[in-house]
Ligand binder design. Structure first.
Ligand SMILES: O=C(O)CCC(=O)C(=O)O
Ligand SMILES: [Fe+2]
Length: 482
C-alpha cells in the first residue's frame, strides 16, 4: 500500500548525513543576523520556529560548538535563540581569554560547557564501568577496544595493517583525494555542500557502469565513480576477513542467545563498495547521521578504516519520541503535535554522547545494531595533531556491502520515476524499527521530489519480500513451462 507523506513532514527527518550536513551547511550560506543585532525583530520573527530550525540557526552562529551542547543551551533558555546566543557568546569570549587550555585538546569549547570535571567522563580499559555512561550534554571518551565494544555498537582494531602498508595506502589516497569534491545537495530550496570531500570506489568495470547509470544518491546519479586500485583491493580483502570474524564474535558475546539479530543477514559480509572520505583540517566534518540503508539493507555492517590524522568519532543513541501519537493514520494530528513534541524529543537526544578515538591505521566495525538505533559523526574540532605523512588530513575508507536484492532495478520507484530510499523509523514509538521507502528526488539541486511513501517489508534475514515473491513467481513460471 502506498501512503502519502506530506512534504512538510518529510522535512522533519534529519536522519541521513546528507540531511544534516545540508541543514548545517545551508545555514552557513544563509544570511543570518548576528545574535546581537535586531533582537526584538529576531524574536518576533522566530518565536514560532520548530526546534530543529532554532538549533540550525545556533549551529550557523557557532559552528565550532557541538550540536548537543547548543541544544542543551537552547533548552535551558526555553527555546529562545537570542538568549542562548548571548550566553554562548559570553562563554566563547571568556574561553578566548582562557590561555590555560592545552593545545591538541579536542573541541576546546566543549570542555567549557562541561560543568563537572571533564575527566569524569573518561573511562580506562580497566575501569569495568557498568553504570549508565553518558550524562546529558557530556561526552564520554573511549580509547580501548574493550570499552568501545562494551559501551557502543562498534568494535575497533588498532594497527590493523602493517605500518608500511598503511602509509602506502594513505599516500595513494591522499593523491586521489586531490581530485575529490564535496557533494552538493538541495535542502529547503537552498543548494548546499557537505563539509568534507568523498569518492566512491568499486571493483569492476561492470560495477562502475552500474554505479554511474543505475544507482542514485540524494536524488541524482554519480558521474565520477572510480575503480579500486590493486592496493585498495588487497586491503578490502583483509577488511572482509576481519569484519566477518568480528561480527561472529559480536553475535556470540553481545546478542541475546548468541543469535544474529532479526533482519541481520546470516551470509558472509562481502564489501563491494568503498566510500573514501577526506577531512582536510580540523574544521572538516560530517554531522550526526545514520548511514543510508537503501542499498545495504536492514542491520547493515560497515568496516571503516582510518588513516592519517586522528579524529573523534562520536556516537549517540537515538531516543524515541515520548508521547508521540501511536496511530500511524493520524498523520495530520501527528504533524500538528510535532511542534510540541520536538523539544522534549531533542532533550532526550541530548542525553550524552560517546567519543571513540580513531587513530591512524585503526579499523572500526559498525555492527548490525548501529544504523537503526544510533547516529554517528566526525565533529569539527579546534585542534588536531598533524600526522607525519598526511599533515592535517584524515582519510577514511568505509567498506560497504551493497546487496544484489537491493539493486536499484528492484527498488520501488516514486512518482518522479526515481528509485526511492530506505529508512528506518528511529523516533516514533509505535513504528520504531519499521522500514520505509521514500522519495528522495527533491534532494537533488533543482528538483522538487514527490511525497511517495511505502512501508518496506523484509524477511528475518533482511531480504526484501518482494524479491522472494518475484523469485517464487519466476520459479513457478519456469516450472510451468517445463
Ligand atoms: O569518517 C568517518 O569515520 C565516518 C564517515 C561516515 O560516517 C560515512 O562515510 O558515512
Ligand atoms: Fe556514516
Amino acid at each position: 500500500m502506498t501512503d502519502k507523506l506530506p512534504r512538510k513532514r518529510r522535512k522533519l527527518f534529519f536522519d541521513s548525513y546528507a540531511d544534516f550536513d545540508l541543514q548545517k551547511k545551508s545555514l552557513e550560506h544563509e544570511t543570518v543576523q548576528p545574535a546581537t543585532q535586531n533582537k526584538s525583530d529576531d524574536k518576533a520573527e522566530y518565536d514560532d520556529e520548530p526546534t530543529d530550525v532554532k538549533l540550525a540557526r545556533l549551529i550557523s552562529l557557532f559552528p565550532d560548538i557541538d550540536e548537543s551542547i547548543l541544544l542543551d543551551v537552547l533548552v535551558s533558555y526555553e527555546g529562545c535563540v537570542e538568549a542562548a546566543s548571548a550566553c554562548l557568546e559570553a562563554r566563547r569570549d571568556s574561553k578566548r581569554e582562557d590561555a590555560s587550555s592545552p593545545p591538541g585538546m579536542q573541541s576546546s569549547l566543549l570542555s567549557s560547557f562541561q560543568s563537572a570535571a571533564p575527566d569524569q567522563a573518561i573511562v580506562s580499559s580497566s575501569s569495568g564501568w557498568s553504570k549508565p555512561l553518558t550524562k546529558r550534554g557530556k561526552t564520554l571518551h573511549l580509547y580501548s577496544p574493550e570499552d568501545i565494544a562494551r559501551h557502543t555498537p562498534c568494535s575497533i582494531i588498532h594497527n590493523f595493517l602493517g605500518p608500511e602498508e598503511a602509509n602506502e595506502l594513505l599516500t595513494e589516497l591522499l593523491d586521489e583525494a586531490k581530485t575529490f569534491h564535496s557533494d552538493t545537495f538541495q535542502l529547503f530550496d537552498k543548494i548546499v555542500q557537505s563539509p568534507h570531500t568523498s569518492k566512491l570506489y568499486v571493483s569492476s568495470d561492470y560495477e562502475l557502469r552500474q554505479q554511474t547509470e543505475q544507482y542514485v544518491y540524494n536524488g541524482t546519479y554519480q558521474t565520477d565513480v572510480r575503480k579500486l586500485s590493486p592496493r585498495m583491493k588487497v586491503v578490502s580483502d583483509k577488511v572482509q576477513k576481519v569484519v566477518n570474524e568480528q561480527v561472529q564474535r559480536r553475535i556470540q558475546t553481545h546478542y541475546p542467545d548468541g543469535k544474529k539479530l532479526r533482519y541481520q543477514s546470516p551470509r558472509e559480509w562481502v564489501p563491494n563498495v568503498a566510500l573514501v572520505n577526506c577531512y582536510d583540517g580540523p574544521q572538516e566534518s560530517v554531522g550526526y547521521h545514520s548511514d543510508q540503508q537503501t542499498y545495504l539493507g536492514p542491520r547493515a555492517i560497515i568496516g571503516s578504516l582510518s588513516l592519517g590524522v586522528a579524529r573523534e568519532f562520536r556516537v549517540r543513541k537515538v531516543a524515541a519520541r515520548d508521547g508521540a501519537g501511536d496511530d500511524d493514520n493520524k498523520q495530520q494530528q501527528d504533524e500538528d503535535s510535532v511542534k510540541k513534541t520536538r523539544l522534549p524529543d531533542k532533550i532526550a537526544d541530548a542525553q550524552g554522547q560517546i567519543s571513540i578515538h580513531l587513530p591512524h591505521n585503526s579499523l572500526l566495525i559498525m555492527h548490525a545494531e548501529m544504523q537503526e538505533e544510533w547516529k554517528h559523526s566526525i565533529p569539527a574540532v579546534s585542534n588536531i595533531s598533524p600526522h607525519p605523512v598526511s599533515g592535517n588530513k584524515r582519510i577514511n575508507i568505509t567498506y560497504r556491502w551493497y546487496r544484489e536484492s537491493l539493486h536499484p532495478r528492484n527498488i520501488p520507484r516514486c512518482r518522479c520515476n526515481m528509485p526511492t530510499i530506505l529508512r528506518c523509523v528511529q523516533r516514533k514509538q509505535s513504528s520504531r524499527g519499521r522500514y520505509m521507502w521514500m522519495c528522495y528526488a527533491g534532494y537533488a539541486p533543482g528538483s522538487k521530489g514527490c511525497s511517495f511513501f511505502q512501508w518496506a517489508e523484509f524477511d528475518d534475514d533482511g531480504e526484501p519480500l518482494w524479491e522472494k515473491m518475484r523469485m517464487k513467481r519466476s520459479y513457478h513460471t519456469t516450472n510451468d513451462q517445463l
